[in-house]
Design a protein around this ligand. Structure first.
Ligand code: ZN
Length: 477
């Protein structure tokens, strides 16, 4: 912080001198002389000259002292940065084997430091979260095996933290985990698009239906059939259908599921091994389960569990957690691309060269765009498009600045054209590994910058903000 301030100060002075050398100095000189003249006029007689000299000497003394202090601080800062640079080079040199341009690498190094592009703990903390979820779900399976609550499938890590590029500071990172729900025996889920009048559908309700378990390939004699056993029999055996627990009407209710799961987590916590190393608190949340884990060292880890239902066997899910500010009814589930996106980034990580820079690019640009009108999602979409357009071999670490340039250029063109295509609709370059519902391929491309089409003033503002940012990237500190 201090070094940044110092650096800013030095740069400000340098700029000041470089840009307006004569003007400013002349102005200052004139002002000083005016002040001095003024004070000498006030002092009458012979003592006036002496006072003038004393004032001038004092003034000079303080200027020189100030400059010296500044220089000393600058030397100290430079020495510190050089030491840091050396130690960091040592740790990074093991990874880099290719011959890279020293000047370019220095630039990349400066960018890495300035935007704090490395997040070393992301992967290890992600593993902690994944293990926790797997342990919790194991407990849930043994606890709920005889009841008719939704079956909790293995959790899928989604979002920037799990994809490895979170723009946030380490202590603020939230690890999002999607827990897919499957219908329990004797039940089926039917996805009903909500009549929003828009294509493609982005919200649905999940109708729960009871199914016969008497017949079928492997009739399960141990469970009673909701359709063919009498209500009395079912009541005597204390069998409650999912319809009477976590539904509102015939529809699966996100709020009820969240409350049920939160209660489960609190009661199951002492059983999981993580309880020995962390204290846990369930934070208030209507549609998800937010947990804060605190280690003995005092460090916090935030996990948010979001409930989801898969659309067919695709990578597109319906999620209990609304993303925007609007809060639809608790029986409304919103289409989410988070799982498909996480899968896309896993695929890229597998196919990309060892030190691929795409995550660093994302983190750098995300930090740069912070507070601007351009959403992180627009940026992520841009990078996903570019990852399918530019060969992965061109994403080696040494090309980081070029790729950042590409990303910013692409975003600017999209702003100009008021058009940024959603990655998952009508995209001909979609990697084959990503499984989409059939109507996605034929769908009209969805424009993420549609709001700019309707509001030209917003476009002008966004473009100006964007140009200021680019200036900041290359010239500002
Ligand atoms: Zn039956």
């Amino acid at each position: 912080m201090i070094t940044l301030l110092l650096l800013w100060l030095v740069q400000w002075i340098l700029n000041y001198i470089n840009v307006y050398p004569d003007e400013v100095l002349n102005q200052q000189r004139t002002q000083m002389l005016q002040e001095l003249a003024h004070s000498t006029v006030e002092l009458s007689g012979e003592s006036g000259g002496a006072v003038f000299l004393t004032t001038l000497q004092q003034w000079l003394f303080w200027v020189i002292a100030g400059v010296l202090v500044l220089l000393l601080a600058l030397c100290w800062w430079l020495k510190k940065r050089i030491c840091e640079m050396d130690s960091s080079r040592d740790s990074e040199s093991e990874e880099s084997e290719e011959e890279e341009q020293p000047a370019e690498m220095n630039m990349i190094w400066i960018f890495s430091k300035r935007f704090q592009l490395s997040v070393p703990k992301l992967a290890s903390r992600r593993r902690v979260v994944q293990e926790l979820l797997s342990d919790l779900l194991q407990v849930s399976h043994s606890l709920f095996s005889d009841s008719f609550f939704p079956v909790l499938e293995p959790a899928i890590g989604v979002g920037s933290a799990c994809e490895g590029w979170s723009p946030h500071k380490e202590e603020d990172i939230v690890y999002f985990m999607f827990v897919p729900l499957k219908p329990p025996p004797g039940h089926a889920f039917h996805l009903e698009p909500e009549a929003t009048g828009q294509m493609p559908q982005t919200s649905m309700r999940i109708r729960v239906e009871q199914e016969c378990t008497c017949t079928g390939k492997q009739p399960d004699q141990s469970i009673l059939c909701f359709l063919h056993h009498s209500a009395e029999e079912l009541k005597r055996n204390q069998v409650t259908s999912l319809l009477h627990t976590l539904c509102t009407g015939p529809y699966l209710d996100g709020e009820k599921i969240a409350l049920w799961f939160q209660t489960f987590v609190i009661s199951a916590w002492s059983v999981v091994p993580q309880s020995r190393h962390y204290s846990m608190k369930v934070l208030p949340s209507c549609r998800s389960c937010k947990m804060r884990l605190v280690k003995d060292s005092g460090r916090s880890l935030f996990v948010e569990i979001v409930f989801s239902v898969q659309q067919g066997d695709s990578d597109i899910f319906l999620s209990s957690q609304p993303t925007g500010a609007q809060f639809p009814p608790s029986t409304t589930w919103l289409e989410s691309y988070a799982v498909a996106e996480a899968k896309f980034f896993r695929q890229v990580a597998m196919q990309a060269p060892p030190r691929s820079c795409h995550l660093k690019c994302l983190r750098l640009c995300a930090r740069l765009l912070e507070g601007s009108g351009i959403s992180v999602y627009a940026l992520k979409t841009t990078v996903m498009h570019l990852l399918t357009l530019i060969p992965l071999s061109e994403w080696q670490h040494k090309y980081l600045l070029m790729r950042v340039d590409d990303i910013m250029h692409y975003l600017r063109c999209c702003l100009e054209e008021k058009r940024l295509k959603h990655f998952f609709f009508g995209n001909e370059d979609m990697p084959a590994e990503i499984s989409l519902p059939p109507d996605f391929q034929e769908a009209q491309p969805l424009n993420l910058f549609q709001h700019l089409v309707q509001d030209p003033a917003a476009q002008t503002k966004a473009l100006k903000e964007f140009d200021d940012l680019q200036y900041y990237l290359y010239f500002g500190f």
